[in-house]
Write a protein that binds this ligand. Structure first.
Ligand code: SAM
Length: 271
């Protein structure tokens, strides 16, 4: 089926232009190894990723389930067009996360990453995760709470624009701090054995991940520049000041960057 155009593209804070797709690819490179270790799929699992983006993570999961299958669902035609083809056991479907086109009790493992922050009704999406899981199956989510971000030395111009970024995402219908709501969302959807954890992003000058991590943060604000201006949430000067502060940070020999992702896993009870 030919993907239909992304009618909701304007509400997705990051957009899908080539610079943003490059940022998302970089973010995958940085964050996939620990995520895969945590997800820990079994070789025979039937797996669903909701909001699969460029399909980079889904492909890495598919390589770990050689006797199973992985389906990635994604709303954006642009993201699907850039997703990998030809990986055995891996397919992609265009749909909205709020209404999954699968029967109940279909999958052993359902996960989403960096998705719930963007959707209009995260509780409905988590209920859909629950519905399509087999009894005894596992759901996993890794999400943002972007204000836990800190640098040494402090970057006050960046912090101000970063707070406006949170407000922009709220106005677009999302929640940049949804990571701290994962326990409530999983509990209300009916999951048992809920386990919360963190994936740290701690990078210091001299480490090979430090500059890419800071570049990823810069890319978030660069990608949202037009929307921040259009909503009157930041001026050109404020955005430029924030970006140059982080570019300077990347040149310092003693700098550090501290962040974490929130994770939740839960089991669909057998009865
Ligand atoms: C930040 S990307 C994350 C992609 C991937 N999960 C990863 O970790 O690399 C979020 C993706 O969710 C998609 N998305 C946003 N809202 C959606 C919805 N309601 N239904 C399906 N996909 C959605 C966006 O188009 C985008 O590709």
């Amino acid at each position: 089926m030919k993907p239909s155009p992304d009618a909701d593209a304007d509400t997705y804070i990051h957009g899908t232009d080539p610079e943003e797709q490059a940022r998302l690819t970089l973010l995958n490179r940085l964050t996939n190894p620990p995520f895969l270790a945590w997800l820990d799929p079994r070789p025979t699992d039937s797996v669903l990723e909701i909001g699969s983006g460029l399909g980079i993570l889904a492909r890495e999961v598919a390589l770990r389930v050689p006797q199973g299958e992985v389906i990635g669902v994604e709303r954006s035609a642009e993201q699907l067009a850039a997703s990998p083809a030809g990986t055995p056991g891996l397919t992609f479907v265009q749909c909205d996360a709020h209404h999954l086109p699968f029967e109940e009790s279909r999958f052993d493992l359902v996960y989403c990453r960096y998705l719930l922050e963007h959707v209009a009704d995260p509780a409905q999406v988590v209920r859909e995760m629950f519905r399509v899981l087999k009894p005894g199956g596992r759901a996993c989510a890794q999400e943002n709470n972007i204000l836990v971000n800190a640098f040494d030395p402090d970057c006050p111009q960046w912090d101000r624009v970063w707070e406006r970024f949170v407000e922009l995402q709220r106005r677009l219908g999302g929640d940049a701090r949804i990571g701290k709501r994962l326990y409530a969302l999983f509990r209300q959807a009916g999951f048992s054995d809920i386990a919360l954890s963190l994936q740290p992003e701690i990078h210091h000058a001299g480490q090979p991940t430090f500059v890419p991590w800071v570049q990823n943060l810069i890319g978030n604000v660069q990608g949202a520049r037009e929307k921040l201006l259009a909503f009157g949430l930041a001026s050109e000067a404020e955005i430029d000041g924030a970006l140059s502060e982080l570019r300077h940070l990347m040149t310092l020999e003693d700098a550090g960057a501290y962040f974490y992702w929130n994770r939740a896993s839960g089991i669909k009870p057998k009865s």
